[in-house]
Design a protein around this ligand. Structure first.
Ligand SMILES: Cc1ncc(COP(=O)(O)O)c(C=O)c1O
Length: 479
């Protein structure tokens, strides 16, 4: 056997026949016709005669991007080979300059933080509604955006995340109207919503209402490979040449033809078969949810649990585990270790599962069997005690963080490492992010308070991973 830690592990993972509810959306090639899934290395070329150039497309890449724009309902589309991350960064850098304000939904992905640092823009945070029943953020309301735009008429743009990791979609039609009535561009991080355009049974994509920039991770919910994403542009408020320049600056000069090919394949499959396959999937999910309602221990996130102005992406399964008496983290670990299920992510009291057109009835049947077995496992008393301890925390809306410096100022400042427990009142120098979902608890420049400290400590105690926390639970703070 070759000494190949990554290759050997991945082959082992494939052979374990795990029931997969995580990205990428092709689910170990299941969602892609066999003839299009073979010989990946033979697609790995470079810019030579005939293969075009991602940064200055004139041939096959230009054609594929134009087909994507048509399929996703956008005016134009850029292929991204560094995920939605580089699209979000380029979008912020294209609409703001150093010191300019941008209105940002606070529960944004950490790529928004890096976009703010790179651009030097100053965020004005707006907070999503909080769902105390599941301990999760909901969508943002058009009213809170309107209020922020009136308070900060000099803001250069608005950035929202929709759907969020839990599939909750804010009312995009009203939001676009509000932002455009102030003459500002709207950036939508639609990383989790690349599939929305392909089924009338799902919430609409932001492209349908002509949000100015819409960024989608194809690899999350479509049969595309990791890092493949689209950046769609609509209307006339965006300087396309600036976007092009920023994308060329942020992405490699040797973009992967494997990624680009699968961006094209995902578009073609969704355009030709997406509607039918999604409607079949949604039918199976609804049947699965009905069965699950009879199983003790799980509560499924459905429309009746969420705010009236939001809609849910039915393909995203959010299962609350508090009825089992254990945290989402422990449920995730047990499912993987004993029942061969890998979910996308877990939090204090929820499991999040991604389903795509690669899933079929048998995957959901198998999942149901595993969840009914999980229900019967006798849980360690310590896990139950831990879950009870943090449940009260999850049920309260987290306290809004106070900013002392902009993300760029904190990034540029001198920093030191300190034990988290001794950091009350200090200014956070890094990005503290549970991963997944990748939404920062603390942005650079925000003041660390006791509530944030116990929140971070309890995630770690429960087995969650928090990026930005060093050895001995230390953090970077501004000197
Ligand atoms: C809401 C959100 N936005 C952006 C991203 C970044 O996407 P990518 O991994 O395609 O760079 C993620 C990744 O998880 C995300 O959850």
């Amino acid at each position: 056997m070759y000494n190949l830690p990554i290759y050997n592990y991945l082959r082992k993972y494939e052979k374990e026949n795990i029931n997969i509810f995580h990205m990428p959306g092709h689910k170990l090639a299941r969602g892609i016709p066999q003839e299009l899934a073979m010989n990946v290395l033979k697609l790995d070329v470079t810019e030579i005669d005939g293969t075009d150039n991602l940064h200055y497309p004139e041939g096959i890449i230009k054609e594929a991007q134009e087909l994507a724009a048509m399929a996703f309902g956008a005016d134009s589309t850029f292929f991204l080979v560094n995920g939605s991350t580089c699209g979000i960064q380029a979008a912020i850098m294209s609409v703001c300059t150093r010191g300019q304000k941008v209105i940002v939904e606070r529960d944004s992905h950490k790529s928004v933080v890096s976009g703010l640092i790179l651009s030097g823009a100053e965020p004005i945070f707006i907070y999503p509604q909080y769902n105390c029943k599941f301990g999760i953020n909901e969508g943002i309301s058009a009213e809170s955006i309107e209020k922020a735009l009136c308070m900060y008429p000099d803001a250069a743009a608005v950035l929202i995340t929709r759907p969020n990791y839990y599939g909750i979609c804010s009312d995009i039609e009203s939001i676009v109207k509000v932002v455009h009535s102030h003459g500002k561009p709207l950036i939508v991080d639609e990383a989790h919503g690349a599939h929305l355009a392909f089924s009338p049974l799902l919430p609409p994509s932001a492209n349908q209402y002509k949000a100015d920039i819409v960024i989608q991770s194809a690899h999350k919910t479509l049969p595309a490979v990791t890092q493949g994403a689209y950046m769609h542009i609509n209307g006339s408020l965006i300087d396309i040449e600036k976007i092009r320049f920023n994308l060329a600056m942020l992405q490699t000069s040797s973009p992967s033809y494997i990624i680009m090919t699968y961006l094209d394949i995902a578009r073609e499959l969704m355009q030709t078969e997406g509607k039918e396959r999604l409607s079949h999937l949604i039918e199976e999910i609804n049947a699965f949810k009905n069965r699950l309602a009879e199983l003790h221990g799980f509560k499924v996130l459905e429309d009746n649990y969420t705010n009236i102005n939001t809609v849910l992406d039915t393909t995203r399964l959010v299962l609350n585990t508090s009825g089992l008496g254990i945290s989402g983290y422990k449920a995730e670990a047990e499912l993987r270790a004993k029942l061969s299920v890998q979910v996308e992510m877990a939090d204090y009291e929820n499991l999040v599962l991604i389903t795509t057109i690669a899933d079929e009835k048998r995957n959901l049947d198998r999942l149901y069997e595993s969840l009914s077995k999980l229900n019967q496992i006798p849980f360690n008393d310590e896990w139950v005690r831990q879950a009870e301890k943090v449940r009260s925390l999850a049920r309260q809306k987290p306290v809004d963080a106070l900013s002392a410096l902009s993300p760029y100022e904190a990034y540029a400042a001198q920093k030191e490492s300190k034990e988290l427990k001794n950091c009350i009142g200090r200014i956070c120098g890094g990005v503290i992010t549970p991963y997944p979902p990748g939404i920062p608890i603390l942005y650079p420049g925000e003041i660390i308070d006791s509530e944030k400290i116990s929140y971070i400590e309890s995630i770690i105690e429960l087995g969650g991973k928090v990026n930005g926390i060093g050895n001995n639970i230390s953090v970077q703070v501004v000197k």
